[in-house]
Design a protein around this ligand. Structure first.
Ligand SMILES: C[S@@+](CC[C@H](N)C(=O)[O-])C[C@H]1O[C@@H](n2cnc3c(N)ncnc32)[C@H](O)[C@@H]1O
Length: 319
């Protein structure tokens, strides 16, 4: 059987994942072509609707075959085929836990209709009673904590809504943009999914690897990863993306930085999810304390960071 652990593989995900005898993945994130005519280098994104739906059923079935019994399965999709994904998921015996709307800024501009600014993300599990859900890793401060200083506030914060509006699309001018793939997802959005639905050492699989966002997030969060893409060009470039991250990890260790790579991406994600300007966090002592406390809760480690350490690390990351 093909070895999937810590690999970016070139090939057809349906063939590869149907060939799995024993399920390998703890978490699958799939962002398939949406059938809206995007220009990929190998895949043609203009199938007849019937054919696209059959193909969707095939790749979802192959993913279910490769997913462990307690695994989670997230799928990003546009409006046109969202209802098919929901239905096929049910037919494959999956349980839908959330129908998430990713609301983004920098959508395509329109003149004759409202500008589209969202993508659906389906969150399925195989076992509705037994699956990983690390709520501590995604909690955000409540208004009771941040605005009203209300003593009744839960000190652990609150769960985010199922409309996600903190993650912008990765535009051409963004530093994060790889530049060689037409639809790169934001790393921090994948960070949220990987952190909440897997544990360190679990295997996170992306059957439509693209620019390698899922594997990049999994790598930084100390999960095993596997990405599959039909384009050898995208595969080669994603491998380079991971090599750069490996180099960065080594540099962080060498320079004796306060936070390791996992703690850094978690801090960055937390900062963007809190939606307060860094200058305000650093200026208001009470805010920095709440921020630090919740960050430690998110990390869930014995070693606790103090506000000064968090302030220094935050400045370093945002510089
Ligand atoms: C929407 S993109 C994924 C983007 C990715 N989430 C990212 O952040 O970069 C879809 C990808 O699926 C790939 N693809 C299409 N058909 C495939 C297949 N049968 N097996 C594997 N990959 C495929 C395309 O080459 C494309 O890179």
């Amino acid at each position: 059987m093909q070895n999937f652990k810590n690999k970016i593989l070139c090939g057809d995900c349906i063939e590869m994942l149907n060939g799995v005898d024993e399920p390998v993945a703890d978490l699958i994130f799939a962002d398939p072509p949406f059938n809206i005519g995007y220009e990929y280098d190998k895949y043609k994104d203009t199938l007849k609707s019937e054919k696209y739906i059959t193909w969707t059923r095939d790749w979802m079935g192959a993913c279910v075959n490769a997913l462990k019994p307690h695994g989670s399965f997230y799928i990003a999709i546009g409006d046109d085929y969202a209802h098919h994904i929901r239905l096929i998921g049910e037919q494959l015996g999956l349980t839908l836990r959330n129908w998430i709307i990713w609301h983004y800024t920098f959508g395509q501009q329109t003149k004759t209709m409202f500008a589209r600014s969202h993508t659906h993300i389906f969150y399925f599990v195989k076992d509705k009673a037994d699956h990983v859900f690390n709520d501590h890793a995604v909690r955000v401060p409540s208004d009771r904590q941040l605005v009203y200083a209300d003593k009744r506030a839960n000190p652990r914060g609150k769960m985010p809504d199922d409309v996600w509006n903190t993650f912008s699309r990765v535009c051409g001018t963004f530093k994060e943009r790889e530049g060689w793939h037409p639809c790169q997802m934001p790393e921090l959005l994948l960070g949220r999914i990987v952190s909440v639905s897997s544990n360190r050492g679990d295997l996170v699989l992306d059957p439509f690897n693209g620019s390698g966002t899922t594997v990049a997030a999994a790598y930084q969060l100390e999960r095993d990863y596997c990405g599959i893409d039909i384009s050898s060009n995208y595969v080669e470039n994603s491998r380079k993306r991971l090599e750069k991250l490996a180099q960065e990890r080594q540099n962080l260790q060498k320079d004796g930085e306060i936070l390791d790579m996992r703690q850094r991406i978690e801090l960055k994600r937390f900062y963007f999810e809190v939606r307060k300007d860094v200058s305000e966090i650093l200026r208001r002592k009470s805010l920095l304390e709440i921020f630090t406390k919740l960050y430690n809760i998110r990390l869930n480690e014995e070693r606790k960071f103090d506000p000064q350490e968090v302030a220094t690390a935050l400045q370093g990351i945002l510089d």
